[in-house]
Design a protein around this ligand. Structure first.
Ligand SMILES: O=C[C@H](O)[C@H](O)[C@H](O)COP(=O)(O)O
Length: 262
């Protein structure tokens, strides 16, 4: 459908384009992180500059804060906002109940705080992230650097005690050094293959000393907008049970594609 974007980027773009239709004047928005959320922030920037949309945004990472400012979106802190109308963010996996794995880009902690402090969370995703059971994507767990090897061992013991299929854990690296999150923490990725009881695992992981937060988002997401490479979008609302389908039209020469940077 698009000569400018690959099918995967088209899918991400159309999901974002449909999701920003939920945004209304005066809203306080949570701004997600990642390659799908990138389009959402770009589109909101256009709406602010061209249509006079009045919003304030609470970013979920330093990357998103920088992009939002570049786009002319007024950025405030969560403490200034206190509560948000809507958060739009990507995900690494989502299931039929709209439970999620997030944190592939390392931003899960701020993302979970921001999404939880929102009346509504919309996930934007390409169709490849839809799964029957969460867990094929390695589950990120944010840990404090102090004693991280002990925390990692405790996480592995927990996986064994819960009989989780696949108990390998790896410290996320950034080249030769451990990856460091915006909060100065590390991330341990859990290669569990399949998470039978995501609700229970999310609770138990957070009880391990040294664990700050895990990437399982349970009962937080309200709506998922799924984009396809041919421009189709599906929207599922978990609260109303409503599902809609449509086609998002966009012009190849939209300004938004002219300075994509990367
Ligand atoms: O930490 C990163 C976030 O949870 C992202 O929303 C998630 O990894 C999906 O990112 P992307 O849209 O780039 O696939």
């Amino acid at each position: 459908m698009s000569d400018t974007l690959s099918p995967i980027d088209t899918a991400k773009f159309v999901a974002a384009k449909r999701a920003v239709e939920f945004v209304e004047d005066g809203m306080k928005l949570g701004l997600g992180t990642g390659s799908t959320a990138f389009w959402m922030v770009r589109l909101l920037g256009e709406m602010v500059r061209n249509d006079g949309l009045k919003i304030v945004g609470v970013p979920t990472s330093t990357r998103t804060a920088e992009l939002a400012r570049q786009e002319g979106i007024k950025v405030i802190s969560l403490d200034e906002a206190k509560w948000l109308d809507l958060t739009i963010d990507g995900a690494d996996e989502f299931d039929a109940e709209l439970n999620l794995i997030k944190g592939g880009g390392g931003a899960l902690l701020q993302e979970k705080i921001v999404a939880t402090a929102s009346d509504q969370m919309i996930v934007i995703s390409d169709v490849s992230k839809q799964v029957d059971t969460l867990g094929a994507f390695p589950l990120p767990v944010e840990v404090i650097p102090f004693g991280w090897q002990t925390t990692k061992a405790l996480i592995e013991e927990t996986l064994v005690s819960m009989d989780v299929l696949g108990q390998r854990t790896t410290l996320r690296m950034n080249g030769a050094t451990p990856y460091v999150t915006d909060e100065g923490n590390h991330i341990i990725d859990l290669h569990v293959q399949r998470i039978g009881n995501a609700r229970q695992l999310a609770l138990i992981l957070n009880q391990i000393p040294g664990v700050v937060e895990n990437g399982l988002f349970i009962d937080i997401c309200d709506v998922v907008v799924i984009g396809h490479g041919d421009g189709r979008v599906e929207t599922h609302d978990i609260n109303s049970g409503e599902t809609t389908e449509g086609l998002v039209h966009f012009a190849e020469n939209e300004n938004i594609f002219s300075d994509m940077g990367d």
